[in-house]
Design a binder for this molecule. Structure first.
Ligand SMILES: Cc1cc2nc3c(=O)[nH]c(=O)nc-3n(C[C@H](O)[C@H](O)[C@H](O)COP(=O)(O)O)c2cc1C
Length: 351
């Protein structure tokens, strides 16, 4: 059987699973998510990665270019499962220095007709220290591929920490996780922690990135590479100044994009979500994310991880065309399942 036949069978099979998943817990997306993560967390680990055109980025060897985006597995509960689905890397987190419950529920909404999700989770997580323990228990150390693929870890600011204390908050998480992460992602782009996106502005970002990259260098002679994740709503002069700050910093690369505050591209039956606070992802974000990645790739020589609205292999091909070196998916994985990972890995021209 050829690869496309297997991929199309996988897709049909997943759509059956999905109809159950979308009805699970009375249709509550968060309960379905927790059940899925719990179930995946019980699968036996495998170290056999899907090796497809391996690529070296920031000193890390990625077995393939298709990664799991942050937020799916915040506490690393299912960290051992992602290799099995064909991912070439997974970004765990976002975790914060302090454990925190996140925003009141409900806080995830499916926009099914639009193939989107609106979420305002607000970094619900058990804290950076707990993630470190979880990963140690699974045998993970930086670079050891205990789970078959490189693991990025996304860090954010604890909600109770005022913006003036943000640098120390991120540093606490970095110190806890640098011995475990293959790369660290600095999340300054979630729309769901009040004031967080202010850290994207050039002055604040320069300070934050300088503190984190210096600390990484002090912690190890081979400093953990640091990526910074941006929001697609950053435009104009602000965008140019942020990119200049990134180019002056020692970060390894950029992850673009996080969810958007815009509400374009929602189908009529999903219009009820226009006034629901939170970030929008999936198909309604596809075009904006592509434009944004193209702008980022045009403004820096550092590698870019392209994420946002990759719902099909064709979207992934366009993301590579826009200048992404690696891809990440979240909402596409919810709607299309492992067939999307496989389809992206089968892309012609995925060099
Ligand atoms: C429910 C949910 C939770 C998310 N949590 C995080 C997070 O904790 N940290 C982060 O950097 N991005 C988070 N994201 C954003 C995704 O990583 C990704 O950047 C965004 O959804 C766009 O990609 P997509 O269209 O493939 O979903 C989250 C997205 C969703 C839908």
């Amino acid at each position: 059987m050829g690869r496309p036949v297997i991929t199309s069978g996988l897709r049909t099979g997943y759509h059956l699973v999905r109809s159950g998943l979308f009805r699970y817990g009375g249709g509550d997306p968060e309960r379905a998510h927790e059940a899925m993560i719990g179930w995946l967390g019980r699968l036996p680990a495998t170290t056999r990665a899907t090796v497809r055109a391996p690529v070296d980025v920031a000193g890390i060897r990625f077995p393939n270019r298709v990664g799991l985006a942050a937020g799916m597995d915040k506490d690393g509960t299912a960290a051992a499962a992602w290799t099995r689905f064909g991912f070439g890397f997974a970004e765990l987190g976002t975790v914060t220095a302090l454990p925190q419950p996140g925003n009141p529920k409900p806080r995830i909404f499916r926009a099914v007709a639009s193939q989107g999700i609106v979420n305002r989770m607000g970094f619900n997580n058990h804290g950076a220290g707990a993630l470190a323990e979880t990963l140690r228990a699974k045998g993970v150390a930086r670079g050891n591929r205990a789970l078959g693929i490189p693991l990025g870890i996304s860090i954010g600011k604890s909600k109770v920490t005022p913006l003036e204390g943000a640098v120390d908050d991120y540093l606490t998480s970095l110190r806890a996780l640098a011995p475990l992460a293959d790369y660290v992602a600095v999340n300054v782009s979630s729309p769901n922690t009040p004031g967080l996106r202010a850290l994207q502005s050039a002055r604040e970002l320069a300070q934050l990135l300088s503190a984190l990259t210096s600390e990484a260098a002090a912690l190890s002679p081979r400093p953990v590479p640091i990526f910074v994740k941006l929001a697609p709503d950053l435009v104009g002069d602000d965008f140019a100044e942020t990119m200049a700050a990134i180019n002056h910093s020692a970060v390894a690369g950029v992850i673009a994009t996080n969810t958007t505050l815009a509400r374009d591209g929602l189908a009529p039956s999903d219009r009820g979500l226009v006034d629901e606070p939170g970030g929008l992802s999936g198909r309604p974000l596809t075009r904006r994310a592509l434009e944004f990645v193209e702008a980022v790739a045009g403004a820096t020589d550092r590698p870019v991880m392209g994420v946002g609205g990759i719902m099909s292999p064709a979207d992934g091909a366009r993301m590579f065309g826009a200048g992404a070196t690696l891809l990440q998916i979240y909402t596409g994985f919810i709607y299309e399942g492992p067939a999307l990972v496989r389809g992206l890995n089968e892309l012609e021209g995925n060099p």
